[in-house]
Write a protein that binds this ligand. Structure first.
Ligand SMILES: [Zn+2]
Length: 400
């Protein structure tokens, strides 16, 4: 009997082993990744109930992880997308400029390109055949995201679909060229002054392209596995509402990089998670522009407190391991963050001992004292009982 196809529950213990030295030699040319044996060591220490968001494709490794973890969530991202700029060039996201090797850059997908959709379906089917039916999708806001990093897709599929969207025969790229916009730079300069015809329509259309892509993907995955797959994306449930609206109906939960782990910020995410009815997995992602130095005791304390707060607020913190640390000023990825069980294990052990505190209770309110101690009261609506969680700034956690 399969034990896959499970939605996260509030007492889950989540770990991500993202990359393996043996499986991803070409991913980060300038970074040291950890080997399979390190991944297995941290799994045996943390004893996660879910291995979230892993790029491990090698089934030999994945199946060994799965022997120890009930739910394993592979990622559907690919590296050979077909988005095309206004100038006709393949598109590389700015944060991926230094990934891979110079001749194997990771090319951005176009969500209107049938081959790019099919590539995801094919990967999912590969995993489904092997008994993996829960999936993660990193970097999912593609066709809308390309406007944000100022290189929207103008491929033939976007042109065809935009014509259909407008209901008139039109190749938008040819049309813009005929109106005197000869290259991307010139086009973007005119966008600033709102001088580009149909630009707002094009943005709206590409936003809808994101929605349509996920609807089709989810439909195909559920066809391939009729008992139902689950899908998470890298995002926060309280990010811009138009983002959330674009995929809400096709995804089951969020698993997102979270920069601010202050109690008030986590409370905002928790409220949105409850309002939208979508679980939030919180990937604590230090922001070194905010002086988050992961090697200091102050940071470790803050993270321990944040882990406890996430659980008490009904969210799931990822154990901090194999964490993307963004890029340096040249755009090169920084060394990844590998937290240890000794540093961060304590709050997870409390959850393991008392799953009912989380599965059976809903947070009622949160109070932040002047000394940084956070008190969260949660209620069990079934029996009327209440819990008071107190978490000190160093992460010391007491519940009664
Ligand atoms: Zn396109």
């Amino acid at each position: 009997m399969t034990i896959d196809n499970k939605m996260p529950k509030k007492s889950d213990i989540c770990l991500s082993v993202r990359f393996l030295e043996e499986d991803h030699p070409a991913v980060f040319g300038n970074l040291t990744l950890r080997p399979f044996s390190s991944g297995m060591d941290i799994i045996k220490q943390v004893r996660p109930t879910r291995l979230e968001w892993t790029y491990v494709r090698n089934l030999e490794f994945l199946n060994q992880f799965k022997e120890h973890v009930p739910v394993v969530v592979p990622t559907l991202n690919t590296v050979d997308g077909h988005a095309r700029s206004f100038d006709g060039d393949p598109i590389v996201a700015p944060w991926m400029k230094f990934y891979g090797s110079p001749d194997t850059r990771f090319l951005y997908i176009c969500q209107n390109n049938p081959d790019d959709l099919q590539a995801k379906i094919d990967i999912a089917k590969y995993y489904i055949r092997e008994g993996y039916t829960n999936f993660h999708f990193d970097d999912w806001y593609c066709n809308a995201q390309m406007f944000i990093f100022k290189n929207p897709c103008f491929c033939e599929h976007c042109m065809r679909e935009f014509s259909r969207y407008l209901g008139i025969p039109l190749d938008y790229r040819d049309y813009l060229k005929s109106r005197g916009f000869h290259d991307l730079e010139q086009l973007l300069a005119a966008v600033k002054f709102d001088h580009v015809p149909l630009w707002r329509d094009y943005i709206n259309f590409q936003h809808e392209s994101v929605t349509r892509f996920f609807r089709r993907l989810k439909y195909n995955l559920d066809q391939a596995y009729p008992a139902g797959t689950t899908m998470s994306v890298n995002g926060s449930v309280n990010s811009a509402s138009e983002r959330i609206a674009s995929i809400k109906n096709s995804i089951d939960y969020f698993d997102g990089e979270t920069k601010s782990i202050k109690p008030e910020s986590l409370l905002e995410v928790a409220k949105a998670s409850r309002m939208e009815g979508k679980m939030q997995v919180v990937l604590i992602c230090p922001d070194e522009h905010e002086d988050h130095d992961r090697n200091t005791e102050a940071w470790k304390n803050e993270v321990r407190q944040a882990i406890a707060l996430c659980y008490c607020l009904g969210m799931l913190p990822l154990f901090p391991y194999d964490v993307y640390m963004r890029s340096d000023k040249q755009g090169k990825p920084k060394p990844r963050w590998y937290g240890t069980w000794e540093e961060y294990g304590q709050p997870f052990e409390i959850v393991r001992q008392h799953p009912d505190w989380f599965d059976d209770y809903e947070f009622e309110n949160m109070n932040l004292a002047a000394d940084g101690t956070v008190t969260i009261v949660s209620n069990n609506s079934a029996n009327g009982s209440a819990l008071k969680h107190q978490i000190k700034p160093d992460g010391t956690w007491c519940t009664n």
